[in-house]
Design a protein around this ligand. Structure first.
Ligand code: ATP
Ligand code: MG
Length: 568
């Protein structure tokens, strides 16, 4: 490709919207262009990367035995009513009606569609197991679309759905996908970790997320170096410490003016936050009630665990307002579990505490020496967010913490959708049995940006060779110089004949300008034809190491050919 004929649209400065390096670089390198909040157009270089990522995903999915299909993004309401999700999905679902007032949504995911396909198409149990996948555009009206492709309202996902006869079959399909995802993310060059993930109201240890490790990741992971346990903090459990065996003291009401936060109350009373108890009141819109979540003072409430405990829905859970708290007979900043007139959920760790500080549900008052069982009670469950230093639930060693970008998730759905939607097969006894399902997603566009997040420097992107938009670029210092132009063309022809994806920068621009462009765009190799062109000598630059060497033209070609040959 000749640079003069390409739509190179690099920018000096990134638009204000971009807050993280990978977003800035994708915009500045002219890989993507924003259309409206959370929606992007893919420009030529970005599209080439996207196609390569999709190719790797396809190769591995096909190799796993999965079958590719392509479904419509448009989905009728009736299917979502069958699964019960039309009313449950919340405002993220992009809904609309056609001219006949028939309701539809733009698919945020395709469980309903694939389940209906399996129901209609699979006539015999001999077809099972089967795993069908697609690479397709999804729509989610995210509350806060941000960070470019990381959280879009329109994005590309690879989604797959497996159908098995029984649990044992699902286990095999799930393991197969776990291994396939490991191969895909390894080939994409990502530094990643597979972690246990929350399964919402389905329960069980039936899900893993694949996390691209990154400080800007929205997900927090705890992991144990000793035994390999790793989990999203939404899911992570911990081994509890021993119960405090101090003697129980008499509870006392104490005046604590202005001490509203755990920090303020700990300072005021001179106690460790670990000896205080935090009570947070939520409005559970799913079950239309107020609930209190009670955790140790230094802990955070894990809202996903709370949703599971209260049988709620994360889209329908909000912090209670000051007025709601007041109407309950309490007051914001002084809430406590004693005599609180709502459903109370207590983290198991709180039951091990003795003589703790709790809010007294009156302005400027707390109780000291409060004890679970004697002074307050509630439903005991796991509500806390795990953190670094907590003990591993498997081996008891202290855990570490990391941040990650969720690039994929695999999930044992079991019969949630097949039962609701009557997706059954006939077994040997002639009985209708619901198929046992799994679902498996990869955020393709989020993965693209995650690669940039892991592969960049102050000059721009450093694409791994196997997903780079092109392998190499040839830059004549002065395109009008005869020797340089001749050598550049010879090189270009040679590289192309060897199957190398190469750009010839034939633009009439200053060399510094061209170098900056290619460093930003991030092609792995640059071959510069300069002063020594008449002797057949070029300067060879490696974008990853930024090393430059002088080589003969043939050696430069050989080096690139060798590297490309080794792409996995
Ligand atoms: P998140 O927790 O980040 O909102 P999710 O768990 O809702 O994601 P899934 O339903 O598991 O997402 O979708 C499969 C994959 O699609 C995710 O692992 C992620 O990589 C990607 N994905 C989900 N939402 C978005 C989005 N808004 N923009 C880009 N990619 C997304
Ligand atoms: Mg997910």
């Amino acid at each position: 490709m000749r640079a003069s004929k390409m739509l190179i649209s690099t920018l000096k400065e990134a638009p204000n919207e971009a807050k993280i390096d990978s977003h800035v670089l994708l915009l500045r390198a002219g890989m993507i262009k924003n259309l409206v909040a959370g929606v992007y157009n893919y420009l030529p270089f970005g599209l080439r990367v996207l196609n390569k990522i999709e190719k790797i995903i396809r190769e591995e999915m096909d190799d796993s035995g999965a079958i590719e299909i392509l479904c419509s993004a448009l989905q009728p309401k009736e299917l979502w009513e069958e699964s019960g999700r039309w009313s449950k999905y919340g405002p993220e679902l992009m809904r609309f009606s056609d001219r006949h007032e028939r309701e539809f949504c733009l698919g945020p995911t395709h469980e309903e569609v694939f389940t209906s396909m399996a129901r209609d198409l699979i006539k015999s149990s001999k077809t099972l197991p089967i795993n069908m996948y697609q690479i397709q555009t999804k729509y989610r009206d995210e509350v806060r679309p941000r960070f470019g492709l990381m959280r879009g309202r329109e994005f590309i996902m690879k989604d797959a759905y497996s159908f098995d006869k029984d649990e044992a079959g699902l286990e095999v399909s799930y393991q197969n996908m776990y291994e396939t995802y490991t191969k895909i993310f390894t080939r994409l060059g990502l530094h990643f970790q597979a972690v246990l993930a929350d399964t919402g109201n389905i329960g069980g240890n039936g899900s893993h997320q694949f996390m691209a490790l990154s400080d800007i990741g929205e997900s927090e992971i705890v992991y144990c170096d000793a035994c390999g346990y790793a989990a999203d903090v939404e899911k992570a459990t911990i081994r509890l410490g021993d119960a405090d065996n101090a003697a129980i003291k008499e509870m006392e009401l104490v005046n604590t003016p202005q001490a509203k936060t755990i920090e303020e109350i700990s300072n005021f009373l001179g106690v460790d936050p670990k000896c205080t108890i935090k009570t947070i009141i939520y409005h559970d819109y799913q079950n239309e009630r107020l609930v209190a979540a009670v955790v140790r003072g230094d802990r955070e409430v894990n809202e996903i665990k709370l949703v599971n405990a209260i049988d709620g829905n994360e889209n329908y859970l909000e912090l209670a307002t000051d007025k709601e708290i007041y109407d309950l007979g309490s007051i914001h900043g002084f809430c406590g579990p004693k005599d609180l007139k709502c459903d109370i959920f207590i983290d198991e760790e709180v039951t091990l505490m003795k003589n703790a500080v709790i809010g007294a549900n009156q302005k400027d008052y707390h109780y000291v020496n409060a004890n679970f069982g004697r002074d307050f009670t509630g439903t005991v469950c796991d509500l806390k967010k795990a953190t670094a230093g907590d003990l591993c639930p498997c081996c008891g060693m202290p855990m570490k913490q990391n941040r990650g970008i969720e690039v994929g998730q695999i999930f044992k759905l079991q019969t949630k959708y097949s039962e609701a939607m009557k997706c059954v097969y006939v077994d040997e006894q002639g009985k209708n049995v619901p198929m046992v399902m799994g679902c498996y997603g990869i955020g393709v566009t989020r993965t693209l940006q995650s690669i940039v997040e892991q592969y960049h420097d102050e000059f721009g992107i450093k694409w791994p060779l196997n997903v780079a938009p092109y392998h190499a670029v040839i830059v004549p210092i002065n395109y009008n110089d005869e020797a340089q132009q001749a050598l550049a063309h010879e090189l270009y022809a040679k590289l192309k004949s060897e199957g190398i994806e190469v750009v010839l920068d034939d633009r009439n621009a200053k060399p510094g300008f061209k170098f900056k462009d290619w460093e930003l765009i991030g092609l792995p190799f640059m071959v510069v034809c300069g002063k020594l062109a008449s002797e057949g000598i070029v300067e060879f630059k490696d974008r990853h190491t930024m090393e430059k060497v002088e080589l003969s033209m043939n050696d430069a070609v050989a080096k690139i050919v060798e590297a490309v040959k080794n792409i996995k």
